[in-house]
Ligand binder design. Structure first.
Ligand code: GLU
Length: 426
């Protein structure tokens, strides 16, 4: 019984996102020989806001929702990061996600610091009006933090361009004039960027290509398994398929589909986002999400939630390369097992940075009121991702560490440098 409790406790700790984020930061601090007090600064979020707010529901009742917005470290620029709508959002998770945004922006060298927001809710069980009411009220509640120079939200799990449009409109209504640069991931007619919707998937595809090259393989013909078929998972499937890879399995919250000869991705893209889309697909075996992660493949792309590859299943992973499209899908304990097995893991703070990179391009375009063509956006994205991958791979090699630690060394060093150069006020 005592052993069971310990195992349970171990699993819970292993999956605490903030505990994981701290552990990763401490490991990087060790390689960088970081000053103790600097580490203390970087460990803690600069500010955290919790809001409990009422929302009018369609049946006339009023429900109180809880939301958060966390700023991790302001050293390199305005706070940047998505807003998550999910029933299991916690402050612990939002803290971790904010910290990961700090390193992610630093790894791809864009002038932002990390933030994240979330509301505890199940967006699938809210009507469109309830979702709009919830968004407008949440944004009003956190309005003391957000703004184009201070904190720029974006989409994350459970939010989409329409939610970003309501955020832009709500903020603009309060200001009395239109402020497109307050949020990114907006629809194109109101200042969104070409290429933003597919940006995370495109970045994932580019780094998958580089990781395969690193192990002497090619993306063309590679067998790809994707967990998650939301915006990131479906864009990744589309772009990988177009690049000649064979997508053999995909999944959503209800489960996955697997065909070793490849799935008909164009037909699946028609129903992506609709409930039951994958379940209605005939030409494949229907499998669980756990089974999907353990399929033999060249590239495994976890594109759903954190903590899905742990010490409990890492040993059974058969992929050659894992590209973390989600934030935090592989725990540090699992990392060690995967390293020993020779699985190359491209870490989230590099692998999914395509999203925030194009968010940065969107913000720059909004501030200048001058918009770029999709080709230009995609080229700039690909160049930045390839350059960042090479930098991370070189740093990893020089320090004899894995790609995650290579990325952390770059990210944490840049933020530490900025903190030292700016100095401690007063
Ligand atoms: N939510 C995305 C992420 O985790 C995008 C953030 C952004 O574009 O600001 O990277």
């Amino acid at each position: 019984m005592a052993q069971m409790a310990t195992d349970q406790q171990h699993r819970t700790d292993e999956r605490s996102a903030y505990a994981i984020a701290i552990r990763q930061l401490e490991a990087a601090a060790h390689y960088l020989n970081l000053d103790r007090s600097l580490l203390e600064i970087l460990k803690r979020p600069r500010r955290e806001l919790t809001v409990n707010f009422p929302v009018k529901m369609d049946d006339g009742s009023i429900r109180v929702f809880t939301g958060y917005r966390v700023h991790h470290n302001p050293a390199r620029g305005p706070a940047k990061g998505g807003i998550r709508y999910h029933p299991e959002v916690t402050l612990d998770e939002v803290r971790a996600l904010a910290m990961w945004m700090t390193w992610k922006c630093a790894v791809v060298n864009i002038p932002y610091s990390g933030a994240k927001g979330g509301v505890v809710c199940d967006p699938k069980r809210l009507s469109i009006h309830e979702l709009e009411n919830l968004t407008r009220r949440y944004i009003t509640e956190i309005s003391m933090l957000i703004g184009p120079e201070s904190d720029v939200p974006a989409p994350d799990v459970g939010t989409n361009p329409q939610v970003m449009a309501w955020i832009m409109d709500t903020y603009s209504m309060h200001k009395g004039y239109t402020v497109p640069a307050v949020v990114t991931g907006k629809p194109i007619p109101i200042g969104g960027s070409e290429g933003r919707l597919e940006a995370t998937g495109r970045g994932v595809m580019v780094v998958a290509d580089q990781a395969l090259q690193q192990i002497g393989r090619r993306l063309d013909g590679a067998r790809v398994v994707i967990q998650g078929f939301g915006n990131v998972g479906s864009s990744t499937a589309k772009l990988m398929h177009q690049a000649g890879a064979k997508v053999i399995a995909v999944s959503d919250v209800r489960g996955g589909i697997y065909n070793p000869n490849g799935l008909d991705i164009p037909s699946l893209l028609h129903c992506a986002g609709r409930d039951g889309c994958l379940q209605a697909y005939r030409d494949a075996d229907h499998i669980t999400n756990e089974e999907l992660l353990e399929l033999p493949c060249d590239v495994l792309v976890p594109a759903a939630l954190h903590g899905v590859i742990t010490s409990a299943n890492a040993d059974r992973i058969k992929a050659r390369v894992i590209v973390e499209a989600a934030n935090g899908p592989v725990t540090p304990d699992a990392d060690e097992i995967l390293d020993d097995k020779g699985v190359l893991v491209v870490p989230d703070i590099l692998a999914n940075a395509g999203g925030v990179l194009v968010s940065y391009f969107e913000w720059v375009q909004d501030l200048q009121s001058f918009f770029w063509e999709e080709e230009e956006v995609n080229q700039k994205l690909e160049k930045a991702m390839r350059r960042s991958y090479q930098h991370v791979a070189q740093t990893a090699e020089q320090n004899k560490v894995n790609l995650r630690m290579g990325a952390y060394i770059i990210g944490v060093k840049r933020v530490a440098e900025a903190t030292i150069i700016r100095g401690i006020y007063p």
